[in-house]
Design a protein around this ligand. Sequence first.
Ligand SMILES: Nc1nc2c(ncn2[C@@H]2O[C@H](COP(=O)(O)OP(=O)(O)OP(=O)(O)O)[C@@H](O)[C@H]2O)c(=O)[nH]1
Ligand SMILES: [Mg+2]
Length: 483
Amino acid sequence: MNTNPREGSSDGLGVQAERAILVGVRVRGSRMDHLDPLGELRALAETAGAVPVGELMQNREAPTGRTYLGKGKVEELAAMVAELDARIVIFDNELAPSQIQELEKEVKVKVIDRSELILDIFANRATTREAQLQVEIAQLEYTAPRLRAMWSHLGQVTGGAPVGVGTRGPGEQQLEIDRRIVSRRLVALRRELDEVLVRKRREVAERRAEHFTVGIVGYTNAGKSTLFNALTRGGAYAADKLFATLMTRVERWSVGGANAVLLSDTVGFIRDLPHHLVASFRATLEDAVHAHALLIVLDASDRLAPAQLATVHAVLDEIGANTQPRFLLLNKIDRIAALPADERASLRTVEEWREREPDAIAISARDGTGFDELRARVLALLTGGVRRRTLTIPLASARLIDAIEKRCTVEERTYGDDSVALVVEIGDRQIEALLPLGEAFLVDGEDPRPKKAAWSGHGGKRRAPHLVDLDDHDPSDGDARRV
Ligand SMILES: Nc1nc2c(ncn2[C@@H]2O[C@H](COP(=O)(O)OP(=O)(O)OP(=O)(O)O)[C@@H](O)[C@H]2O)c(=O)[nH]1
Ligand SMILES: [Mg+2]
């Protein structure tokens, strides 16, 4: 019999179509759903293509020790695996590499944890170079310490180096080689991803400088892509799967009149994702981090919506997307009415949501309920304080002039020797959105920038105290955004 349960799993984790047993350990303070503690893991396993055939739960004060589970439970698990002919055991909890090894010895099949499962899903979905890089880095970082026998995989990435394809389990020496190959590979991948990130930041900065940008964020399967498609006809892939979306998509969204914003759809969030995995997907989240405003889409027809919202806020904080205005969208409102009464009773009602989040907007991405309100709110944010103003701009600032012409209708244009005065209908926010371009201009004779003035043409006053600089990013981002 094969003594190495991981052998043969050369392509990702090979979760596809495998009979799986799901295991969860509820520890004190666990965020598991008490009614269906393995519900999310089941959905993840199915999304990965596994076939859950059995489930096992244990309550423990604090799971420690060699096998994470208690001794009796491990025996029970091994018996279940044999009886149900399972090929893989998937833990909801994060396991230490040594615990995985011990468990594999006991149950004689491959054991993975929730993070590995999520990475497996990502690996199957990653179609662009950016996504592939992120997934591979995360897999190497997360999986390599688990000393997986990645022989055939490493064989591929090192151009067929003789690292023992199809041999038995790794010997100590081979593991040493394995580790070195992994770390070298990681260095190369990180360098490539850094380049992607620089390029991406520049693109995001350009979009941000020229348009008002709105990022759609939220828990996985909340309906982000469905909303994106409904608002933009943008062709994003939407499906009843976790992590249907891995790549950011950006499209114009007309919010009324001549006003359009750039809307981005992105990867969903999930609870308990290890920090460095979130960090690996940083490039994908750039649009959200730097958006002028965020739409948080919540599946209000899910009993776990409150916990999901807490996760979303936590991830947004973690990635640094925590300064821009946020709109909370209570999505799938149409579905709530169709639910059986007992399920409906377990949900927070829209009224209850509004007691906590007074500005929440109830919507249905599917049937368009609430879109008018959503548009009106974003429009108000976009054009806040719209009135007729005169913008004085150096003629050399062609890019700034271009950006203004794109955003608003110019009613009058008067050329001076080295500057042009444009009379436009423009809002405070729109003016703020011009600041990141980094070019000096005057609004009704005043410098709109809150701090030092770089240009003081036409003897205007230098300060405009009524405007706040929303351009609140880490100074280290400055270079990328100024490009
Ligand atoms: N009934 C109903 N279903 C919805 C609504 N919005 C989305 N859905 C469904 O919810 C599922 C998930 O939708 P997606 O738009 O793919 O969700 P997402 O947030 O983009 O998910 P990920 O990309 O996987 O993170 C799909 O089956 C949608 O049809 C809605 O307003 N009402
Ligand atoms: Mg999506």
